[in-house]
Design a protein around this ligand. Structure first.
Ligand code: ZN
Length: 100
């Protein structure tokens, strides 16, 4: 499956686009609330892209909650890998959570 081009979050729709090449050496991705976009280096390994997308989605969910920036980054750094790993190794939980 290719990388989705947009993500809806409540009333808002954010574009998912390629991180400019000149910024890829410093960042895997970022969330730019004011521009309604998530930028990711799509040239990384697929698992890295997934992890980065989830990282930026957590920034999307946490923005506006007033967490100290270092705390927000700590959460975003640590949750994606654990979430993906737990859902991959527990398909019954993934199915239960996401089935209609
Ligand atoms: Zn971050």
């Amino acid at each position: 499956m290719s990388i989705p081009k947009k993500i809806k979050d409540g009333y808002f729709t954010y574009k998912i686009e390629q991180m400019p090449e000149e910024e890829c050496s410093n960042f895997l991705g970022d969330f730019i609330r004011d521009d309604y976009k998530i930028r990711i280096d799509f040239n990384k390994h697929k698992d890295c892209v997934k992890d980065t997308l989830l990282h930026e989605m957590i920034h999307m969910w946490l923005c506006g909650l007033g967490l100290p920036p270092e705390m927000e980054e700590h959460v975003c750094q640590n949750l994606p890998h654990r979430m993906i790993n737990t859902l991959k190794t527990n398909p019954q939980i993934k199915k239960f959570i996401f089935e209609d």
